[in-house]
Design a binder for this molecule. Structure first.
Ligand SMILES: Cc1ncc(C[n+]2csc(CCOP(=O)(O)OP(=O)(O)O)c2C)c(N)n1
Ligand SMILES: [Mg+2]
Length: 329
């Protein structure tokens, strides 16, 4: 992973930086709370936290336009929050309650929002990649100018269906940004043990798909790369690949003790490359915000997350009759 390079005087307004700070912090605090609720037994099943990767979705959402679509894997809470889905609805889905975005019937990995163009939440590794190309196919067919962000991991990047999709997406010039969230691990398998090359994006060259590496710990770098990729797609030039180098601080899922890496490795990334600390530093050194301003934001975010948690505990469990709704057969 690229170490963070602090852009000393980035060409970005205080308002923009504050927005990224707030959005990344919301994801981090939300995920910490989800971890707590899991520990208390209020969340069952799988729960994959996004802590450490926040700059990826926040940067790319900043490059997206109204009408663009997004689809991802099971590590999906950050994507949902970044595109504006209600934190209470996400948390209540985690606790399996009727107020959840899938009425408590989907859980962590299966949430959708037609309103926000969020197409899941997919538990089968790599399965969302062809689906993302399908969404882009629909946009191209309808000539609506939409772009689909199709997120997948470094592990998923070794799946055959990814390359079948690359072929079709390139052949038909589909407006899709393939975002490889390279957090360096696929469950307990490091990239070095599973992947023949250090970088993955250049596999697109075989299909004529351009791409690049992005520092996923720098929200401004992610946004800039996202804008470039989206402009490429909207100009009708077909797909684009962003390999975003990032890192997850927590285990693969809540049941992973993460014995395949050292505490020091994680600590080093936290200290040297944390994406939220990066923006915090930019805000403070650029005199865009004071410590007190940031404390007020922290408080505000904590309140949003606490309310989401309260809602997720108070919302009732779905009734038995709900078993017969939302069935497409
Ligand atoms: C087809 C399939 N094979 C195996 C699994 C088990 N599995 C779940 S996550 C995962 C690793 C995926 O890693 P990566 O794509 O890097 O995503 P990350 O978890 O790092 O976000 C595996 C092998 C699965 N869910 N689906
Ligand atoms: Mg991974």
């Amino acid at each position: 992973m690229a170490a963070r390079k602090t852009t000393k005087k980035p060409n970005v307004s205080a308002e923009e930086l504050t927005t990224y700070y707030r959005e990344m912090l919301l994801i981090r605090r939300f995920e910490e709370k989800a971890g707590q609720l899991y520990g208390m037994g209020l969340i069952g099943g799988f729960c994959h936290l996004y802590i450490g990767q926040e700059a990826v979705v926040v940067g790319l959402e900043a490059a997206a336009k109204e009408g663009d679509k997004r689809i991802t894997s099971y590590r999906d809470h950050g994507h949902m929050l970044a595109c504006g889905m209600d934190p209470g609805g996400v948390m209540a889905e985690l606790t399996g309650r009727i107020g959840g975005l899938s009425k408590g019937k989907g859980g962590s990995m299966h949430m959708f929002s037609k309103e926000k163009n969020f197409y899941g939440g997919h538990g089968i590794v790599g399965a969302q990649v062809p689906l993302g190309a399908g969404l882009a196919f629909a946009d191209k067919y309808k000539e609506n100018g939409g772009v689909t962000f199709t997120y997948f991991g470094d592990g998923a990047a070794n799946q055959g269906q990814v390359y079948e999709t690359f072929n079709m997406a390139a052949l038909w010039d589909l407006p899709v940004v393939f975002v490889i969230e390279n957090n360096q691990y696929a469950m307990g398998t490091s990239q070095a043990r599973s992947t023949s090359t250090k970088d993955i994006y250049h596999r697109g060259e075989a299909f004529g798909i351009p791409g690049e590496i992005v520092n996923g710990m720098d929200v401004l770098a992610v946004k800039a790369a996202g804008e470039k990729a989206v402009a490429h797609c909207r100009a009708g030039k077909g797909p684009y690949i962003l390999e975003v180098k990032t890192y997850r601080y927590r285990g693969h899922s809540m049941s992973d003790p993460a014995k395949y890496r050292t505490r020091e490795e994680v600590q080093k990334v936290r200290e040297q490359s944390d994406p939220i600390e990066h923006v915090r530093e930019l805000l403070l050194t650029g005199k865009h915000a004071s410590e007190d301003d940031l404390k007020a934001i922290d408080k505000e975010i904590k309140e949003i997350v606490n309310q989401a948690a309260e809602f997720s505990k108070e919302s009732p469990e779905p009734s038995v009759e709900e078993l017969w709704t939302d069935i497409y057969a």
